[in-house]
Ligand binder design. Structure first.
Ligand SMILES: [Zn+2]
Length: 75
């Protein structure tokens, strides 16, 4: 086992805490970015009647539920 003095032990804990916070922040930012992108992909706006609706399918062309115009999914 590695021998650590008290100050080295405290320093190691502080560094570990910083690293954990940084990793957690990075993961949550990544998850937030992904969720936002997914949300934007499923939110559609008809440019004829300005209806907004959500569609979680995978089709690239979706008919507007209000006027029937074919709308393209945003990227
Ligand atoms: Zn429409």
């Amino acid at each position: 086992m590695i021998e650590l003095s008290l100050s080295e032990f405290c320093l190691a804990i502080i560094i570990a805490a910083f690293v954990l916070v940084a990793i957690f922040g990075w993961i949550s930012q990544f998850a937030h970015h992904n969720a936002e992108r997914r949300g934007r992909r499923s939110r559609l706006l008809c440019d004829l009647c300005l209806t907004t609706w959500e569609d979680r399918g995978r089709e690239k062309i979706i008919d507007c539920p209000n006027c029937g115009r074919k709308c393209q999914r945003p990227r």
